[in-house]
Design a protein around this ligand. Structure first.
Ligand SMILES: Nc1ncnc2c1ncn2[C@@H]1O[C@H](COP(=O)(O)OP(=O)(O)OP(=O)(O)O)[C@@H](O)[C@H]1O
Ligand code: NI
Length: 310
C-alpha cells in the first residue's frame, strides 16, 4: 500500500468563461469528494464540462475563466491557491493528471526517459528519487520503451508514458481524462487493470470517460454530468443497472450491448442554458415542473436531479 493522506472535497464548483460576445457556463454547482482507495468516474457527452472540471482543480484554466466554490485538499483550497503553491505542493505530488490526448503533452524532441527523469528530479530529492524504470513499470512500460521519442510511440504507449509522468511524484489522486479513447480492446483491458491496481494500492482515481463499460469495470461510484451539472451520482452498479435520471438511462440504452438507441437531439450550447432542467428538450418524461431546475436529491447514497426520476 502507498502511504496516502489525502481527501478531496469539492463544494459548489462553478466555472464560467467570458467570451467577447457570450458567457459559457462550463461547470455549474458541482459537489463531490474522493478518498484514497476509491475510483469515481465522471461520465457525460462531449462538451459537458468534464475536462474543465479537472483543469479547475489543478489551476490550469485560461485567463478568461471565472471560478466559484471550494475544492479542499486537506486544509488547502485548490481554487484559491496560488500557481506557486499548486506547482510546489499539489501538481504531480498530490494530484497526478493523465491529460486528454497525452501525445500532445509530450515534448517532441526528447525521449520519454528524458521527460520522466526531468519530472522525477523536480518532484523528489536525489536521496529519495525512484528510478525512471521503476516508475515506468508501474505504468506497464518496459525500460526500452522509455528510450523512444514521442513520434515513435503508439497511442497506447503514449498513454502509458503519460501515466508514468502522472505517477512520478507518487500522488494519492490520479485524474485520468478519457484514458481509453483511441485504444484497442486489449489496451483498454490493460489500462483498466492498471487503474484497478492503483486503487487497490490505496490511491484514488477520478476517471473521466465516455466509456460506460470502462466505468463499470473500475469505478466504485459514477457521477453523470449533463450541461455542466451533476444529474446523477451513486454506486456504479446502481447507476448503470438502475439509472434514475432519464439522461443516464439514455446513455445506458445507447450502448451497443443494450438497446443501441441513441438519445435524440444534441446536448445544449452552454452559452444559452434554460433556467429549468437542461435535459428537457431531449427528455420523454417532461412535465410542467421541469421549468424549475430540479435539485440533486440523495436517497441512500444515490442522488438524482429530476422531477420525474425513472
Ligand atoms: N477556454 C475556453 N473558453 C471558452 N469556452 C471553453 C473554454 N474551454 C472549454 N470551453 C467550453 O467548455 C465546455 C466544456 O468543455 P470540456 O472540455 O470540459 O468538455 P468535456 O466534457 O471534457 O468534453 P470531451 O468529452 O469532448 O472532452 C465546452 O462547451 C467548451 O467549448
Ligand atoms: Ni474532455
Amino acid at each position: 500500500m502507498v502511504s496516502v493522506t489525502g481527501n478531496l472535497a469539492v463544494d459548489s464548483l462553478s466555472v464560467r468563461f467570458t467570451l467577447p460576445d457570450a458567457r459559457v457556463s462550463a461547470v455549474s454547482d458541482v459537489s463531490f469528494s474522493v478518498s484514497p482507495g476509491e475510483c469515481l468516474a465522471l461520465v457525460g457527452e462531449s462538451g459537458c464540462g468534464k475536462s474543465v472540471l479537472a483543469s479547475a482543480l489543478l489551476g490550469f484554466l485560461p485567463g478568461n475563466a471565472e471560478v466559484a466554490g471550494t475544492a479542499m485538499l486537506g486544509s488547502l483550497d485548490l481554487l484559491s491557491a496560488s500557481d506557486q503553491v499548486l506547482s510546489q505542493q499539489v501538481r504531480g505530488r498530490q494530484i497526478g493528471l493523465v491529460p486528454q490526448s497525452p501525445a500532445a503533452h509530450l515534448t517532441p524532441v526528447r525521449t520519454a526517459r528524458a521527460q520522466l527523469d526531468e519530472a522525477l528530479r523536480f518532484l523528489h530529492p536525489a536521496s529519495e528519487r525512484p528510478s525512471a524504470d521503476s516508475v515506468a513499470a508501474r505504468a506497464g512500460l518496459k525500460p526500452a520503451d522509455l528510450d523512444l521519442y514521442p513520434h515513435q510511440l503508439s497511442g497506447g504507449m503514449a498513454q502509458r508514458v503519460a501515466t508514468a509522468l502522472a505517477l512520478a511524484g507518487d500522488p494519492w489522486l490520479i485524474i485520468a481524462d478519457e484514458p481509453t479513447t483511441g485504444l484497442d480492446r486489449a489496451l483498454v483491458d490493460a489500462l483498466i487493470d492498471e487503474l484497478r491496481v492503483l486503487v487497490a494500492d490505496g490511491r484514488a482515481v477520478l476517471l473521466i470517460t465516455h466509456d460506460l463499460s470502462a466505468a463499470r469495470r473500475v469505478a466504485d461510484r459514477i457521477a453523470v454530468m449533463y450541461a455542466g451539472r451533476f444529474v446523477e451520482v451513486g454506486p456504479a452498479e446502481e447507476v448503470l443497472d438502475a439509472p434514475r435520471h432519464p439522461y443516464t438511462r439514455g446513455l445506458v440504452d445507447s450502448l451497443p450491448d443494450r438497446a443501441f438507441t441513441p438519445i435524440p437531439g444534441l446536448p445544449p450550447v452552454l452559452t444559452d442554458l434554460p433556467p429549468g432542467c437542461a435535459f428537457t428538450p431531449r427528455c420523454d418524461r417532461v412535465t410542467d415542473e421541469c421549468a424549475d431546475r430540479p435539485q440533486l436529491t440523495r436517497v441512500n447514497g444515490h442522488a438524482v436531479a429530476c422531477h420525474q426520476p425513472c
